[in-house]
Ligand binder design. Structure first.
Ligand SMILES: Cc1ncc(COP(=O)(O)O)c(C=O)c1O
Length: 398
């Protein structure tokens, strides 16, 4: 979350005073339904025909996989560097995650994707980590040639784009998170997006097991199946509508700050700017650097921190690294053995031989990656102070 103010407080007040908090609206009350309005506004903003507001990014990923018909017998390829929810969404629908390497952009390595495709692979989830677009051109081409469905995990890249088109709208479906840590936030929240009417209907049914009696499903041609409850609510949507008004300003600030930071930053030979698949579409939440060795990286992080520069290595990002995905590594995919994708007869041919050291390329890249975190509150003086401090700290570690 970057900015939260009186507008959000007033939005919450507006909903509380109406005493109408459910997503299914009451037009008789003479006001718009916040969830539906947020869905329309997010659809207009990212230029996609269908948006379904949900409770979280995880819910959106689950709805996406369910929409695409992914289930037992299917493998879904995910990168080894992403929040655990990307992999758990796969097990939640009864399928098996196949985990592949990232490259120095800290996003899915297209070569690793292509190598990993097997006879059971049905889908791939590229993840736009830390606001940075994946190599969508190659990933989409590989997916097309192997007839894989694509779900873009855009949870960390709200408002980002690739070649001028919004992230989340390139694949068959996209998922966004609006949890506390994301670019827009309502505490917890998410959105599923797609251009496909049938996928939208299936996601809608998945997100609300009781939807069959609501007028919203009149006209849908998809047969109703048993879903869950991932419904958004009026408080969250009202906050998000205010947050969305702030998004262009937030991204402008972050991107301008990053452009200036990168152009002013002095780097020693042992550290360089990491490759980026679309610098113009990058959200600008951080600057990613690649060090020649893990030793250089660790020394750089220490020196940056000592100089007051907010820096981290993704090697320390815990649950974002596959080896720490305990339920996946231990192949315990559900609360009940009969519902556990790792034990299902249908998944016998799906590959799930995980081990902590199975992706040395990913571990090596993470150990050599440095992220300098940016802020919307930077002014020129603050940025200049930080860039000078960072340049001096990095020079001393070379
Ligand atoms: C890449 C990625 N995917 C999925 C999720 C899940 O989103 P949520 O926490 O809203 O369920 C997150 C959240 O941190 C994420 O960073």
């Amino acid at each position: 979350m970057y900015t939260m103010g009186n507008e959000e407080v007033e939005a919450v007040r507006r909903v509380a005073e109406r005493k109408q908090t459910f997503r299914y609206g009451s037009p008789a009350a003479g006001h718009g339904n916040e969830v539906v309005l947020f869905e329309q506004e997010w659809a207009d903003h990212i230029q996609v025909p269908h948006v379904l507001a949900t409770t979280s990014g995880t819910a959106s990923l689950i709805c996406a996989l369910a929409a695409l018909g992914i289930g037992p017998g299917d493998e879904v390829i995910v990168p080894g560097y992403t929040y655990i929810a990307t992999a758990l969404a796969v097990t939640n629908v009864g399928a098996v995650p196949v985990i592949v390497d990232i490259d120095e952009s800290c996003t899915m390595d297209p070569d690793a994707l292509e190598t990993a495709i097997g006879s059971r692979t049905r889908a791939v989830i590229p993840v736009h980590m830390q606001g940075m677009p994946c190599d969508l051109e190659r990933i989409l081409a590989i997916a097309k040639s192997h007839r894989l469905l694509v779900v873009e995990d855009s949870c960390q890249a709200v408002g980002g784009s690739y070649r001028g088109r919004h992230l989340g709208t390139w694949g068959d479906a996209g998922a966004f998170s609006f949890n506390h840590y994301k670019i827009l936030s309502a505490g917890e929240s998410g959105a599923f997006v797609t251009s496909n009417q049938a996928y939208y209907e299936r996601a809608f049914i998945q997100h609300d097991g009781g939807c069959n009696l609501w007028p919203e499903v009149v006209g849908m041609t998809t047969d109703i199946f048993g879903g869950g409850n991932f419904r958004s609510n009026e408080f969250a949507a009202a906050i998000l509508r205010e947050q969305l008004k702030r998004l262009p300003g937030i991204l402008e600030q972050l991107r301008a700050g990053k452009r200036a930071f990168v152009s002013e930053l002095q780097l020693p030979e042992s550290i360089r700017i990491a490759p980026m698949h679309d610098p113009d579409g990058d959200c600008g939440v951080q600057t990613l650097l690649t060090a020649a060795s893990s030793g250089v990286c660790r020394r750089a992080i220490e020196a940056l921190k000592a100089s007051g520069v907010p820096a981290v290595t993704p090697a320390d990002s815990g649950r974002h690294i596959y080896k720490n995905w305990q339920p996946v590594m231990n192949r315990r995919g559900a609360h009940h053995p009969a519902m556990d994708p790792f034990r299902m007869a249908e998944n016998r041919e799906c590959r799930s031989h995980y081990s902590p050291d199975m992706l040395p390329q990913t571990l090596d890249i993470l150990e050599r990656s440095i992220m300098i975190m940016h802020s919307v509150d930077w002014n020129d003086a603050e940025r200049t102070r930080l860039v000078d401090a960072a340049s001096a700290a990095l020079a001393a570690t070379a």
